[in-house]
Design a protein. Structure first.
Length: 213
């Protein structure tokens, strides 16, 4: 079962203050790091970029222009995945510290029969539901996880989930809504999502203390 990745890097970085995918992180850009690990794990990669982005794609990488939403950007990337690819991994460029082993776990779960597989990390903090600045409920966290990318999909399930041009917080949500089976594999706490400048500083600290380059 051949596997390709779609790396979503089309955001404008409004909360970061600039397109974070082009920020420098340990001698490379955030995007270069995300693409590099995707290439380690997959036969090919499609990177979805903002219109007009000046980025040199490495060998084995195709590029597409993103849409108005994340879901539209994923569809733009998916359209360039070769027809003979059976498994598609969708990964956010804003998660540059995902490991090849994490890619392998979600891919293996789909090859074992799931429609989709997502990495999950157990919620450590107490979670409260708030309305008008007042706590209305403390939510039991025993069965809660926070979900990351990379997320792997049986290609047919991902295409069916996107067939109606839907919008979801992630692609797994669209597959869930279409009735697909989504399984959770062990995520990685260090696989943080870069949202603000402080997140980039934390990623730099993690890289400096890691044996991986």
């Amino acid at each position: 079962m051949q596997t390709w990745a779609v790396v979503v890097a089309a955001g404008g970085g409004s909360r970061f203050g600039a397109p974070k995918q082009f920020a420098r992180l340990g001698g490379a850009t955030v995007l270069d790091r995300a693409v590099g690990v995707a290439l380690e794990a997959c036969a090919g990669v499609v990177v979805v970029l903002p219109d007009g982005a000046d980025w040199m794609a490495p060998a084995g990488v195709k590029t597409a222009i993103g849409g108005a939403t994340r879901s539209a950007s994923v569809r733009a990337g998916l359209a360039l995945v070769p027809d003979d690819v059976d498994v598609v991994v969708v990964h956010d460029a804003a998660r540059p510290l995902a490991s090849p082993e994490l890619f392998a776990r979600v891919i293996a779960a789909v090859r074992a029969g799931a429609d989709a597989a997502v990495p999950g990390v157990a919620v450590a903090d107490t979670v409260k539901r708030v309305r008008d600045d007042k706590v209305v409920e403390t939510v039991a966290r025993d069965d809660l996880v926070t979900v990351q990318t990379p997320q792997a999909f049986r290609r047919a399930a991902l295409e069916a989930a996107h067939a109606d041009d839907g919008v979801g917080s992630d692609d797994a949500a669209l597959v869930e809504a279409a009735g697909g089976t989504v399984v959770v594999v062990e995520g990685e706490p260090r696989n943080l999502k870069l949202t603000r400048v402080d997140d980039l500083e934390l990623a730099r600290a993690l890289i400096e203390g890691s044996p991986r380059p």
